[in-house]
Design a protein around this ligand. Structure first.
Ligand SMILES: [Mn+2]
Length: 306
């Protein structure tokens, strides 16, 4: 029996790899971005699924076209996902898409865990259940503690392979709940201090302007944009919105006010989004204008100008 697990790249995608690793199943995995789903399946179809006779898909939404080919080729596959736009696939007996379980938003990891624990009751332990809960909280933004964010910080610190190794080892232990090491706790504390310093220094650089009738705070920022936008908006009730300019990519708009619609403001500049969080792009032309503003004597060295 040769099993393949195809899953997403975030914590909710990596955790099914950890869970399957705690069972006796021998398997390989592919951890892919949403944009890579079609290519990944095209390649598998072209290579007769590389000899895999069992395929799991977690935290990813497949297309109708992929499903039709899976059925045509009689691929032994099971899909576990929680995205509402994927509910259509529940018409297939091998697909389980649920957005919530018992009134609580669920996630790919939890759905896969509920399936696996029936097959392998030995993984139904307090610590593994607790870990699944932390993953669910991070993935659905419903928090009862800081642990999910701590786990996410550790994942970013260690990278996928080391994170899988480290968490797997912990989940095999006898503890009742998932715990961070004292080094990890210290790392998270230092990281937190670094972010707080960053928020404060950005605030000192903020300038306010009246733009299209909106009172705007303007800051240049490349990282922690959501957190910075919320922080500045909450600290400056005299402003309608915060515009965060990341010159290499985009402008993000944030507000904490219920009566300000930043998507309306973003739309003026060709962008869009949600009421409290929106964005618009910075074009290559604008970047070129910035270069010309900064330097006096500028000529492009691109091929068509040579
Ligand atoms: Mn997910």
């Amino acid at each position: 029996m040769k099993t393949l697990l195809i899953t997403h790249t975030d914590l909710d995608g990596i955790s099914p790899i950890i869970l399957l690793g705690l069972t006796k199943e021998k398997f390989d995995y592919k951890s892919i971005e949403i944009s890579e789903i079609t290519d990944t399946f095209n390649e598998l179809f072209a290579n007769n699924f590389d000899g895999y006779d069992k395929v799991y898909v977690t935290d990813l939404s497949l297309t109708e076209e992929i499903y039709e080919r899976l059925i045509e080729k009689k691929i032994n596959i099971q899909v576990f996902d929680h995205h509402a736009t994927h509910l259509f696939a529940n018409k297939y007996p091998f697909v389980s898409v649920k957005v919530e379980e018992n009134g609580i938003l669920t996630c790919g990891t939890e759905l896969f865990f509920n399936y696996l624990k029936e097959l392998y009751p030995s993984i139904d332990t307090p610590i593994i259940k607790d870990y699944v809960k932390q993953v669910r909280e991070l993935d659905t933004f419903v928090f009862t503690s800081d642990m999910p964010k701590g786990i996410e910080a550790i994942r970013n610190l260690l990278g996928r392979t080391e994170f899988i190794k480290s968490v797997s080892k912990r989940l095999k232990g006898k503890k009742q709940s998932f715990e961070l090491t004292s080094f990890e706790k210290r790392f998270i504390r230092l990281k937190r201090l670094e972010i707080e310093r960053y928020l404060q220094t950005r605030e000192l650089k903020m300038k306010s302007y009246l733009i299209n009738g909106y009172r705007c705070g303007i800051v240049f920022a490349e990282t922690h944009k959501s957190e910075l936008g919320n922080y500045l908006s909450a600290k400056h009730p005299e402003l309608d919105l915060i515009a965060l300019i990341d010159a290499s990519s985009r402008i993000s708009y944030r507000t904490v006010k219920d009566d300000v619609h930043v998507e309306t403001f973003a739309a003026i500049y060709g962008g869009g989004g949600h009421q409290k969080a929106s964005g618009s792009t910075i074009t290559d032309e604008i970047r070129e204008e910035i270069v010309k503003q900064l330097f006096k004597d500028v000529k492009s060295l691109e091929i068509d100008n040579l």
